[in-house]
Design a protein around this ligand. Structure first.
Ligand code: FPP
Length: 263
């Protein structure tokens, strides 16, 4: 029975034991958090940065080896320009102030998403911190900025198809393999995706990589999210049985028993 269980969950065990967990977070609720306090939205984003800092700090001891935070979606360009500017300003300040702390904790920063539309000062701060933290091995911190999963998938498909000689004969299977390789990189697929703020949707975030992610939605507004909430989400994740389309080991052994088989 034990070996069945190991076979069924081999992907999980491999992902957790070898590389640690990949946790992705949609940090939602900053605006409502601020509105409830009679504060401007930017105050919610500022408090959101503090929550992000706390999450990054606690992630490694909780077994997280890759943390992907959704800071600014490509659809967020629809927000008022002042708010967009404030978010970019806060992100830049975060990078400037946290660079040393990230290095000391062995965290490596990688920003995913489009860079060509970002303000030049933010772009150069990103490049500086990515370089300064490139030796970090404790945690891969990925921050998604001007990110759209559909956009990334579409561009990757184009690149992949163009790269294959005689691309008209590329099979769906080989394209799927190539895409998984290009999109999951060293983080692997998402193990756990958390969304705060009470909404239950993916909002164009890591769609390919989250095909078998466990989803945890919490009503907690992002600025209130703390290490206890992160621990609770991880506890919920550990209670789930990840089957990746297979049959759970318990059901296999139950059916063997009902047919008089042995374990
Ligand atoms: C969603 O709240 C949050 C954002 C659009 C992004 C802002 C996130 C931060 C500033 C955190 C910074 C992260 C790092 C890595 C430093 P919302 O404004 O959509 O909230 P609402 O749904 O209540 O309006």
């Amino acid at each position: 029975m034990q070996s069945d269980k190991r076979a069924v969950n081999s992907f999980t065990l491999q992902s957790v034991a070898q590389a640690g967990l990949h946790v992705a977070i949609i940090m939602d609720g900053n605006g409502r958090w601020a509105a409830r306090r009679g504060l401007p939205r930017v105050a919610g984003h500022r408090a959101g940065v503090a929550a992000a800092r706390c999450t990054v700090e606690h992630a490694p001891r909780l077994g997280i080896r890759c943390l992907t935070l959704y800071a600014f979606s490509s659809d967020n360009w629809r927000r008022p320009p002042d708010e967009v500017r404030s978010i970019f300003h806060l992100l830049r300040a975060y990078l400037r102030l946290e660079c040393n702390a990230l290095r000391q904790r062995g965290a490596r920063l990688e920003v995913i998403g489009r860079r060509d539309r970002l303000p030049p000062l933010l772009r150069s701060e990103i490049a500086r911190v990515e370089l300064a933290t490139c030796g970090g091995h404790e945690l891969l911190l990925r921050v998604a900025v001007d990110y759209s999963s559909r956009d990334v998938i579409a561009r990757t498909v184009l690149e992949a198809v163009n790269a294959v000689p005689g691309n008209s004969r590329t099979s769906p299977e080989s394209l799927k393999g190539l895409l998984t390789q290009c999109l999951t990189t060293e983080c692997g697929e998402v193990d756990l995706l958390i969304r705060t703020g009470g909404e239950k949707r993916l909002s164009d975030f890591l769609l390919w990589e989250s095909a078998y992610a466990e989803l945890v939605f919490t009503d907690r507004m992002w600025p209130d999210f703390n290490e206890c909430d992160l621990e609770a989400a991880l506890a919920e994740f550990r209670r789930r049985e990840r089957r990746f389309g297979s049959v759970p080991a318990t059901r296999i052994s139950a059916s063997l028993l009902s047919f008089g088989g042995t374990q």
